[in-house]
Write a protein that binds this ligand. Sequence first.
Ligand SMILES: NC(=O)c1ccc[n+]([C@@H]2O[C@H](COP(=O)([O-])OP(=O)(O)OC[C@H]3O[C@@H](n4cnc5c(N)ncnc54)[C@H](O)[C@@H]3O)[C@@H](O)[C@H]2O)c1
Length: 280
Amino acid sequence: MPDEEAQRTKGRLDGKVAFVTGAAGGLGHSHVRRLAEEGADLVVVDICRSIDTVPYAQSTPEELSEAVETVRGLGRRVVAREADVRDRAALQEAYDAGLDAFGRIDVVVANAGIAPLLVEDRVQAWHDAIDVNLTGTFHTVEVAIPSMIEAGQGGSIVIVSSTAGLVGIGGASNGGLGYAASKHGVVGLMRSYANNLARHSIRVNSVHPTGVATRMVADPAMAEFVAQDPMLSEGAPNALPVDTIEAVDVSHAVLWLASDEARYVTGVTLPVDAGFINRR
Ligand SMILES: NC(=O)c1ccc[n+]([C@@H]2O[C@H](COP(=O)([O-])OP(=O)(O)OC[C@H]3O[C@@H](n4cnc5c(N)ncnc54)[C@H](O)[C@@H]3O)[C@@H](O)[C@H]2O)c1
């Protein structure tokens, strides 16, 4: 193959391995596809069962299998586990299974998250948002750090936050406040990890999507919740003329942060928001 042709077909993550949580969901499956398209092998994790305070369904084991098939269909290797990011031991087991299979993990995408926005408000919704979105992200990074440092090859950690991690949106419900607090909380984690891990050339950044057309937003129960809260439902939220963006728009940003193209980018909160934040 001529040099130029070889260059063109080279993936941006060739030889790398990525660990992705919430991998069976709307954004998660999209990240998995995009990372695999660029040459990464994958370690994928999802809870694969619903959570009581969340009004829309979480992914099923079949949907996790679909994510696995996506990776295989792209000619990459994959290790998959059903695990809850709240369960540190289960998450460590999943991570270690990937490490055993591939010998390295270079990229971590802490994507699993819930929006427990209930019309019938419950304090438990606050706890679940904090446990999954904030503590789950902490667990996801913690299980990865020792092997990434030991490998001495640097790496990239991408935390999926939200526009609700940068401005005071989310409404006044227990779950909405928990969502906003947890999505702001992961920014504190991101900034601290970015400083702590820089000397190991491990970069840590967060992405902040506006509404994406996944189950989290499109489910009728969520539409009902948003409609009854004037703060959430008023006006067109984005500056650019688009109601919701596509999952792949966020995955492109995740891929860039994961790749060596962003090798000197760390500690950054990157909105993928069609101008939502700038408009506030
Ligand atoms: N959809 C949006 O509008 C939007 C906007 C901003 C940020 N986000 C964030 O993007 C991320 C992905 O959301 P999505 O839109 O793909 O939602 P989704 O509901 O389609 O997918 C979330 C996935 O995470 C999994 N999951 C939930 N709890 C888990 C747990 N405890 N352990 C392991 N897996 C778990 C679910 O099974 C599901 O597969 C979330 O962190 C969310 O907060 C979404």
